[in-house]
Design a protein around this ligand. Structure first.
Ligand code: CTP
Ligand code: CA
Length: 226
């Protein structure tokens, strides 16, 4: 069995992965969300478990099966995800934030279904917690990995997030490209690491990207010990 024979490069490591979209409630029957399928985060969780890590997966609403040997915690809103991540963060060696977190939520969550009235309507929104930025401020020895979804100036915006959120690495997705990213089984990414290295991964399966990302991280963790 190839998977069993594989070198367990992440044995003894605790990894927290977030995946999927968040849902921000408008009223009892409606919410704001995004197109994230969760496939990238689930691929990372699965690959990490196969590489020997103890994996906690904090997941927004997705229709994917829980990977083997992964502890899954389901959340809906950004606020719930923030709480679950903060609860688990202190004990982790690696945190990978692949979830597509909502940037804004309705200021008011109506208890009753909102009835249609005028021709136009506006929903007031307020900013959500930036989970990743908070982790960057709080981190002690955790290797912190963010994702960036960009449609333009991909490298430049990604680099800015790496610095501003105090990350160890960022995985940048160009979401303007067809056939990769949201919903797809494939992706194409640029990984920037805070030691200055850059890894371009051309179009391949999300599982292959997950393995390569985790291998790069494991090398960096080994490096720290020397
Ligand atoms: N993220 C987060 N909490 C938020 C928003 C984003 O933890 N409220 C995380 C995402 O999980 C991702 C990273 O921040 O790992 C970058 O997300 P992205 O949407 O690309 O960047 P933002 O900082 O939200 O900036 P913008 O959407 O304006 O590009
Ligand atoms: Ca965002």
């Amino acid at each position: 069995n190839k998977k069993v024979a594989e070198k367990q490069v992440l044995a003894g490591k605790k990894i927290l992965v977030t995946a999927g979209p968040t849902q921000e409630r408008i009223d009892p029957v409606r919410y704001l969300t995004n197109y994230s399928s969760g496939k990238m985060g689930y691929a990372i969780a699965e690959a990490a478990a196969q590489m020997g890590a103890e994996v906690t997966l904090i997941s927004g609403p997705v229709s994917l099966a829980t990977p083997n040997r992964v502890k899954r915690i389901d959340v809906e809103s950004t606020k719930d995800m923030y709480q679950a991540v903060m609860d688990h963060f202190p004990s982790q060696d690696i945190v990978i934030k692949s979830a597509a977190v909502a940037d804004y939520r309705p200021t008011i969550q109506a208890n009753e279904k909102i009835k249609k009235q005028s021709e136009q309507m506006t929903i007031a929104l307020e900013k959500t917690e930036d989970i990743l930025k908070t982790l960057g401020q709080k981190k002690t020895s955790q290797f912190l990995v963010g994702f960036a979804a960009e449609t333009t100036n991909v490298r430049q915006y990604g680099k800015k997030k790496l610095v501003e959120k105090n990350l160890d690495a960022i995985v940048i997705n160009d979401v303007s490209k067809q056939g990769i990213g949201f919903g797809s089984d494939d992706n194409e990414v640029l990984i920037l690491i805070n030691d200055g290295s850059e890894i371009q991964i051309n179009k391949t399966s999300k599982v292959a990207i997950a393995r390569q990302l985790l291998t790069e991280i494991s090398h960096r963790l080994e490096g720290e010990k020397q």
